[in-house]
Design a protein around this ligand. Structure first.
Ligand code: HEM
Length: 438
């Protein structure tokens, strides 16, 4: 390999490297260095030399054409491996391929169609609650809504008290994922997260036993029935880990996207009006159903623009398991890699006036994301693209369609909507709104 060119960038201070400035604003950190160094540069994050890659060509290299050089398991911090168990997120190679194939049917095709009623009913009950409340902070409300949907469909949780209890356990588990001091001592964030995980495992184990006797149409039942080419199914232990991961990966991200959708619609009345007209036209044909979900091209444009400007996941980590060369720069095995979704989505050469919220970018005439592959990557891309993308889009469209057809909302004054990016992207004060039926 030609390793003449030294990677640009800085490894920062000993041990902590540049971790602090990265954590305080990951997008700004990457964007500033991209302007200075271009699509590949080095830094040091959480004690590891790290190569950062930005832009469609670099992203295609990582997610698709050279995927065998990178490991998910070696990329994510140790807390993820401990708290998310043996699940897709931290698996590679043959093991990952087999499990992904087993899980896919529970999140696509006919299974999805069966989830529509649950998604619709839970959404309707929240809309009634919001009508009564009149003023509330939407981010936290969306968090409960998406948790209810995901836990009932993916974990088989009963609505009501059981859901609330599970939601608290999950919050404790999620807090542990980002703990800086991961010692399994009781009363520390990480210790509490492990205890929460153990409790969730017990709960899911019981649901599995029930579904083994009485299968239903939820994802747990489908996962139990799934078989690989050799006729083997996921064991109970494997199934528990995968179900916990799906819930973790599934609800925070969807919450983020729904919240930013409502911010942008409130900020742009003309866009809201056009999206509403599309919905009202569909509503004349009857209640929301699967067929209608496929007939909302303008809402889809709006959602692409939310995905671009406010990606819930700002980037992805990998471990470099085989050395590689990109643009003439050499990176050795053993390094960490970060590919940046947020910075790629704001490249001026792809998206002119990148800070502007403009769904017309995705109109059939402009299609700005089609100039280069891997320009719109809010759900990742390549063989390991988000497995829940269809589930998430269906859920978001259902909520959005109800909101546009029947409700008005306005952003309350005296709050900050500044972007906070970790653990997931959300407006600082969570979006406080006044809400009413139209
Ligand atoms: C708006 C909602 C969502 C967004 C923006 C999102 C984003 C992402 C991204 C960017 C990745 C790739 C990460 C990487 O390359 O490192 C990913 C992977 C994944 N997502 Fe999602 N996601 C969403 C919803 C969901 C839902 C609803 C589920 C499950 C029901 C889910 C489950 C997963 C899983 C299991 C993976 C790992 C897939 C694999 O490695 O094969 N996600 N997601």
């Amino acid at each position: 390999m030609n390793n003449n060119q030294t990677l640009p960038g800085s490894l920062g201070l000993p041990v902590i490297g540049e971790t602090l400035s990265f954590v305080s604003n990951p997008y700004h950190f990457v964007n500033q260095r991209y302007r200075k160094y271009g699509p590949i540069f080095k830094t040091n994050l959480i004690g590891r030399p790290t190569v950062v890659m930005v832009g469609p060509k670099a992203i295609e290299f990582v997610l698709s054409s050279h995927i065998e050089h990178f490991s998910w398991r070696e990329g994510w911090p140790g807390t993820f491996k401990r708290l998310l168990g043996h699940s897709l997120f931290v698996q590679d190679g043959q093991e990952h391929r087999r499990n992904r194939r087993l899980i896919m049917p529970a999140l696509h095709g006919p299974a999805l169609a069966n989830y529509l009623d649950v998604m619709n009913n839970i959404t309707t009950s929240y809309l009634k609650k919001w009508e009564d409340k009149k003023e509330f902070t939407w981010f936290y409300e969306f968090k409960q809504l998406t948790f209810d949907i995901a836990s009932q469909l993916l974990l088989g949780t009963n609505p009501g008290e059981e859901c609330t209890r599970q939601s608290k356990l999950f919050t404790t588990l999620t807090n542990g994922l980002f703990s800086i001091n991961p010692l399994p001592i009781p009363f520390t964030k990480f210790g509490k997260a492990i205890a929460a995980r153990n409790q969730i495992i017990e709960d899911v184990r019981q649901v599995i036993q029930q579904r083994q006797q009485n299968p239903s149409k939820d994802a747990i039942s489908l996962l139990l029935a799934a078989k690989d080419e050799d006729g083997n199914s996921l064991s109970s232990t494997e199934l528990i880990d995968q179900a916990i991961l799906l819930l973790f990966a599934g609800h925070e991200t969807t919450t983020s996207m729904l919240t930013w959708l409502c911010v942008e619609l409130a900020r742009h009345p003309e866009i809201l009006q056009r999206a509403r007209e599309e919905q009202l036209k569909l509503a004349t044909k009857g209640d929301l159903n699967l067929e209608q979900l496929g007939q909302m091209p303008y809402l889809e444009q709006v959602l692409y623009e939310v995905e671009r400007l406010h990606p819930p996941v700002g980037g992805g980590f990998r471990g470099v398991v085989k050395e590689f060369e990109f643009n003439g720069f050499y990176v050795p095995a053993g390094w960490q890699l970060l590919y940046s979704i947020a910075a790629t989505h704001r490249l001026e050469e792809i998206y002119p006036e990148p800070e502007r919220f403009d769904p017309e970018r995705f109109s059939p005439q402009r299609q700005e994301h089609k100039q280069y592959p891997f320009s719109l990557i809010g759900f990742g891309g390549g063989p390991r693209v988000c497995i829940g993308v269809a589930f998430a889009k269906m859920e978001i469209k259902i909520v959005a369609a109800h909101l546009l057809r029947s409700y008005d909302w306005e952003i309350l004054p005296n709050q900050s909507l500044e972007t906070v990016r970790l653990p997931t992207n959300h407006p600082k004060d969570g979006l406080r709104v006044r809400f009413q039926p139209r």
